[in-house]
Design a protein around this ligand. Sequence first.
Ligand code: XMP
Length: 328
Amino acid sequence: MTDSNKRPDDMQRITTPELAKAFIDEQIKALQEQIGDKKVLLALSGGVDSSVVAALLIKAIGKQLVCVHVNHGLLRKGEPEQVISVFRGEMDANLIYVDAVDRFLDLLAGVTDPEQKRHIIGEEFIKVFAEEAAKLEGIQFLGQGTIYPDILESEAGIKAHHNVGGLPEELNFELVEPVKLLYKDEVRVVGKELGLPDSMVNRQPFPGPGLGVRCPGAITRDRLEAVRESDAILREEFAKNGLEGKVWQYFTVVPDFKSTGIKNGKRTFDWPCIIRAINTTDVVEVTVEHLPAELIDHLVQRITTEVPGINRVLYDYTPKPPATVEYE
Ligand code: XMP
């Protein structure tokens, strides 16, 4: 591992299992040298970057790694379960699971301003994580899933912002960042070689504040559940139709207004569910994925019958600009 934050000009792009294996072997040695018999703490969200760092560290130092998975209640359906089954079940990791759902949702109740919502989620995440760290003894290092675009963007002043995993320096740990010189596509190749499931390795980008920014305005538990359930249906249908890993990002949003409808001959007054599916290379400009009409029909049918509280499905055809990807 190098101390430098500059990717060497001659560093080969990791595109094959062989190159990934060479990288993994080299990192395992470097990590063992850096860490010795000390302990490393890692916030494991279940996203690609932190999962790959966890899997690398497990290979290098086994139980000297302590992973903390904080469930803030804004994760997608099945995510906390997958983190537990992959890392505790299959990889035998030292994993602390923190159910902080009520804590976050209680704090967010009634908060409508998007930036305030982000701020609360970020601050509370740090608090929960610091509390867990304080319960542990002998931790000297903090693992982080920093990747090369993060370094480039923070150097360019674009991204002093946004990842909920951005932990404060006062925690006073030395950093362990084994994938910090890799691009996202390389992290995925390494993750696959480390044996992580495809659904984790090919995971689409997911914002730190999670479903919180897809439940615009004040988050309520019932509307949040409608976001989670409709998102799960959308992901299932994209996977079935060969769109997983092909479309950059896709999700649902349930805005805070109601309209009239009819179900089983009775009047309803429920929320709409908005589907967004976009493609991009840099997320600065974004185009809309044009879904087959039959798939849209099928999604409308499933979401309106399976998700409580939804009586209408809309498709967002707006590129970025003028619209951003997320609704808040
Ligand atoms: P926007 O909405 O700014 O989104 O067009 C661009 C990309 O960034 C993601 N995004 C976030 N990621 N924390 C994150 O970690 C955030 O607060 C956040 N806001 C947006 C978004 O999902 C998209 O991929």
